[in-house]
Write a protein that binds this ligand. Structure first.
Ligand code: FES
Length: 71
């Protein structure tokens, strides 16, 4: 016999280790200069490393940053 069922939860924001912040749903991201960017996908990756060429969105550059740091 099992205990009471816990409601399934699904995070709206997921922080990826050494990577982006994944945001679920329609949201507006405001960057440092106040420019607002609306998400266009069901899940969007927001850059946290500061190296992307598509700010505020992750373009995968964080992988190079992580690899360089590990050398
Ligand atoms: S977190 Fe992916 S490019 Fe910055």
């Amino acid at each position: 016999m099992t205990g009471p069922q816990q409601p399934e939860t699904r995070a709206d924001i997921v922080m990826c280790p050494d990577g982006p912040m994944l945001v679920r749903g329609d949201v507006v991201v405001e960057d440092a200069d106040g420019t607002q960017h609306r998400t266009t996908r069901p899940v969007s990756a927001v850059c946290r490393c500061g190296r992307t060429s598509r700010a505020p969105w992750c373009d995968g550059t964080h992988k190079l940053v992580t690899e360089a740091r590990e050398r």
